[in-house]
Ligand binder design. Structure first.
Ligand SMILES: *[C@@H]1O[C@H](CO)[C@@H](O)[C@H](O)[C@H]1NC(C)=O
Length: 448
């Protein structure tokens, strides 16, 4: 470890691993360290042994759950938007070459005590019980307006400007009912609460368009998921970094981030070893005095013996319980995957119920989600802080990432990656297409 590096990265969460890959490609000398003996940090995917070590003090997993190696249980549930930023980063860096993705089979929303499918085709939309006939017509007009709207083309504006018009006024303009507004804002735009109503509509338009274009590209649902669990994503970017000379050390404790008399970072200490560097990037757990808590989230990882009721036997799904439906401020999310994704034993399903904590009794807050699951075989509950840095890192050159938030996808993670990248390098991230494996092999063959 006693060497000089340009950047030392602490923690192997996805944000850190993407940055590690991108900076290595640019020729930076990177050392990447994690205190755990596995990749992924707070958002790792764990096998049964690791899971029971994490939640049950190392108690042995029950034998009927099956083989350890069949399990890759995500600690934080998220899906990739099919047309989202993470997919762009994965394809541009060609990290996709080592990964396989599967579509999430369905997207559902809880309404009036029942689970309903979020329509994925025009046909389904016409049949959907979510809206009455007249409301469907009004909603159609609204969606047509959203789809043709271009901020840079006033001809598409029809006299309104989405950069200034509040979302609540746009809904009012189209005369949409509260139930429809709930549906659009929470199931399509994926807002976690209702503060967006009082912000300019452009943000929500962008989210709706992302949802619809992801859906149009992949069918069934807008989401993709990597086989063998989300932990495959940070590992994919670590391999990329290693190809470009990045050094990895797992299971290595980090004792101190060292600064000089001017408060600028000079290195990282582990025991009596010191690695020197000019910049550090880390997750919040490695820099506790540079972060503040913004919220707490509760997550219950549940093992189920079959698909959850009323989801058409889908092998994977998302269910959103909009806050209004259960008298809360924040939505409850359920993310479901199964042995079809190589994340758990044969015939098992995994469901993670999560929400932002609002009371002193978070366990009760997730009840509306748990009660939709049918019989639960095992349940692991965690309450975690969501933290973000208190400074931008340019003074001391210690750049802290944000914790994974409560959103169900990776869009905010990618925002953080881009933001960190700009602060670390001084320029915007421009994704260049990396050569594919075939192209690299052809070049190597030609050179010989
Ligand atoms: C599960 O994790 C433990 C602890 O990290 C590791 O030693 C073991 O090899 C893993 N099991 C399998 C089957 O991968």
């Amino acid at each position: 470890m006693d060497e000089n590096y340009d950047v030392i990265i602490l923690g192997t969460g996805l944000t850190e691993c993407i940055l590690s890959g991108l900076l290595s490609i640019e020729g930076k000398k990177v050392l990447h360290v994690d205190r755990n003996d596995y990749y992924g940090g707070a958002s790792a995917s764990l096998n049964l042994t690791q899971l029971y070590r994490h939640f049950r003090n190392g108690e042995a997993p029950p034998a009927d759950l099956g083989r350890d190696r069949d399990y890759n249980v995500d600690l934080i549930p998220k899906f990739m938007m099919g047309n989202g930023e993470l997919v762009k980063i994965l394809t541009h860096t060609d990290v996709t070459r080592n990964l396989e993705f599967k579509q999430i089979a369905g997207s559902f929303v809880y309404r009036d005590g029942k689970i309903a499918k979020v329509p994925s085709t025009e046909m389904e939309a016409v049949r959907s019980p979510l809206m009455g006939i007249f409301e469907k017509r009004r909603a159609k007009k609204f969606f047509e307006y959203v789809q043709q709207y271009r901020q840079d083309d006033p001809k598409t504006h029809q006299g309104m400007d989405m950069a200034t018009t509040l979302m609540r006024d746009v809904y009012a303009h189209f005369g949409l009912e509260p139930g429809t507004i709930d549906f659009i804002g929470h199931s399509l735009a994926l807002h976690l609460e209702d503060s967006y109503l009082n912000r300019p509509a452009l943000e929500t338009f962008t989210r709706i368009t992302l949802y619809m274009s992801s859906m149009a590209r992949w069918g069934k649902s807008p989401y993709l998921y990597p086989l063998y669990g989300l932990g495959e994503l940070p590992q994919g970017f670590s391999r990329l970094s290693a190809v470009y000379g990045g050094t990895y050390m797992l299971n290595k404790k980090v004792d101190e981030i060292i600064c000089d008399e001017n408060g600028k970072v000079t290195g990282v200490r582990s025991g009596d070893e010191i690695a020197k560097c000019t910049q550090v990037i880390c997750d919040p757990s490695y820099a506790p005095n540079k972060v503040k808590k913004t919220a707490r989230v509760i997550r219950a990882i549940c093992f189920l013996k079959g698909p959850i009721p009323n989801t058409e036997n889908a092998d994977s799904f998302q269910v959103i319980i909009p806050q209004n439906q259960v008298g809360r401020k924040n939505d409850i999310y359920i993310a479901g995957v199964s042995s079809a994704h190589n994340v758990c034993g044969k015939d098992y399903h995994l469901a993670i119920v999560s929400t932002i904590v609002e009371t002193d009794n978070p366990q009760t807050e997730i009840q509306p989600g748990l009660s939709l699951l049918g019989p639960i075989v095992e349940q692991f509950v965690e309450i975690a802080d969501i933290s973000e840095p208190t400074d931008d890192g340019t003074q001391d050159q210690i750049f802290v990432s944000k914790s994974f938030d409560a959103t169900s996808h990776f869009e905010t993670v990618c925002d953080d990656v881009k933001d960190l990248y700009k602060r670390v390098t001084g320029h915007e991230l421009v994704l260049k297409q990396r050569k594919t494996q075939e192209e690299e092999q052809q070049e190597m063959a030609a050179a010989h």
